[in-house]
Design a protein around this ligand. Structure first.
Ligand code: HEM
Length: 187
């Protein structure tokens, strides 16, 4: 029935949301270790395997970027279910701003990572063999810069936003009891 407003997200939106959530949580907490351990192995007399963990880092990060591009296409071609009328204006503004910031970070973090990769693989030559999805070597970015600090700042900001996002979902579920959480759950 076309006139009845949707009350929940569709399967595609849920799938993208939950895969991105799992990958992002892994990356903001363990992404740094993947690079640091690879870098440490690259300095050993036998650097075999040094590119393995960095390959996981760039592949998961690139998957997050691709999922985000897909998500933007989905978002532009579909309408999100409307907010319940019980939500106050400042809550709706807060929610929309937080979601907007997520989109920005989900693009900003992988892009600063890619540009930093150019610098990283210049100083650690073995990293030029880092594999993307186990299929081909990581392409060099169009320009090279050390945006490590920006990349790290983006990751820490994402960690903070994920915390706020989860707290907001729990508030909707257990305090407001307005069914917002259920809109992103398949059951
Ligand atoms: C999208 C999720 C991503 C997250 C959350 C993430 C997170 C991080 C974090 C926390 C660090 C450690 C920064 C530091 O030591 O100060 C790091 C390092 C790094 N990341 Fe990512 N990253 C992501 C995606 C990517 C992608 C897609 C690439 C490349 C295409 C990439 C390339 C790098 C490189 C090269 C470093 C090492 C920088 C260096 O030590 O010089 N990252 N990342």
């Amino acid at each position: 029935m076309g006139l009845v407003p949707k009350t929940r997200y569709d399967g595609v939106a849920m799938l993208i949301h939950w895969i991105t959530a799992v990958l992002m949580i892994y990356m903001v907490f363990f992404g740094e270790d993947l690079m640091k351990e690879g870098e440490a192995i690259s300095k050993l007399p036998d650097p075999t395997g040094a590119t393995f963990q960095p390959s996981i880092h760039v592949s998961i990060g690139t998957a997050i970027l691709l999922l985000t591009l897909l998500r933007i296409v989905w978002r532009l071609t579909h309408t999100a279910p409307p907010y319940p009328a019980t939500m106050k204006r400042y809550e709706v503004i807060g929610s929309k701003s937080l979601h907007g910031l997520f989109y920005i970070l989900l693009i900003f973090i992988p892009l600063t990572g890619w540009i930093t990769f150019g610098n990283f693989s210049k100083y650690h030559e073995i990293m030029q063999q880092v594999q993307l999805f186990g299929l081909f070597t990581m392409p060099q970015p169009p320009f090279i810069a050390n945006y490590k600090e920006l990349h790290d700042l983006g990751s820490n900001a994402a960690m903070l936003l994920i915390g706020l996002h989860v707290l907001a979902a729990l508030k909707h579920q257990f305090i407001d009891k307005d069914g917002i959480f259920g809109r992103m759950l398949p059951w």
